[in-house]
Design a protein around this ligand. Sequence first.
Ligand code: TYM
Length: 337
Amino acid sequence: MARARVLSGVQPTGALHLGNWLGAIRNWVNLQESHDTFFCVVDLHAITVPHDPARLAADTRSTAALYLACGIDPAKATVFVQSQVAAHSELCWLLNCVTPLNWLERMIQFKEKALKQGDNVSVGLLDYPVLMAADILLYDADLVPVGEDQKQHLELARDIAQQRINSRFGTEEAPILKVPEPMILKEGARVMSLTDGRSKMSKSDPNEGSRINLLDPPELITKKIKRAKTDPLMGLEFGNPERPETDNLLGLYALLSGQAREVVASECAEMGWGRFKPLLAEAAVAALQPLQERYAELAADPAELDRVLANGRQRASAVAEATLARTKAALGFLGAG
Ligand code: TYM
């Protein structure tokens, strides 16, 4: 039997952080053992907000290198760059023409990002979830491993596939697009900012101290954790709604040290911040060290990364082109039947 398909991606905007790793990429590494996996660097998504053309290519390469450094194995998974597979843009157009505008206007992330940009909001920012739906649907993905913040976008992809394509242009026996399922981990799906336990860790937060980037050197990681927001109470605990920072930092400690939450809860129950923060910093530095070493090796061998991406592009294109042709045929295009 064919293995179930997985597709996911990260935007090459700014440095990848602990949220991207613990919420998404960590899960990809496990899935590549049991599933047919496709991981793309979604560079077309990165231009939905103003971007720097001088940085886009380098950020795209470094994001792909980080996938590999995190443990994605190109012998098992297909790693590719979204803009190098033209079918993403083409399917996006087809889906645009059947997606109601008000579905997009409801998207929480659009509303949040649009608010920050005032009059400069692009059509691309509004359309971003349709492009994301195209990314997923092109690969007939069964599962999409993401953090909690992408859940609404995944529901939209499901609705477009089911209600707007399959039920209008297909039959129950022969659906055109596969309806994907989200896969959101119980722990790590919502890593919060170091400076505000009520908002998520994000690449776009102007305060660098709010996040730990995967390539931050040990001294910087230690400094950011030292300055992380806390509260004046003694003893650390999970799940107290009045103490979101405590919950977040303890959760990070559990994930980064590889210990169960119960173990961490009892280890830290009587601790003050002065003892806890160095422990957390040490766990973060140790967890990121192997990844940073692998990244340095990859950065020294750009030809190897080029080979991986060229191969990924070829494998991804073959799958994507077949889905695009099937969809164009169902929509009645000349020469597509
Ligand atoms: P992006 O680039 O913002 O984030 C990449 C992945 O990291 C997860 N994530 C988090 N998880 C836990 N805690 C956090 N603080 C945190 N911040 C980010 C995200 O949920 C995501 O899984 N639209 C997507 C990229 C995308 C995509 C796709 C994903 C485009 N096409 C197709 C899956 C399938 C995005 O902007 O993710």
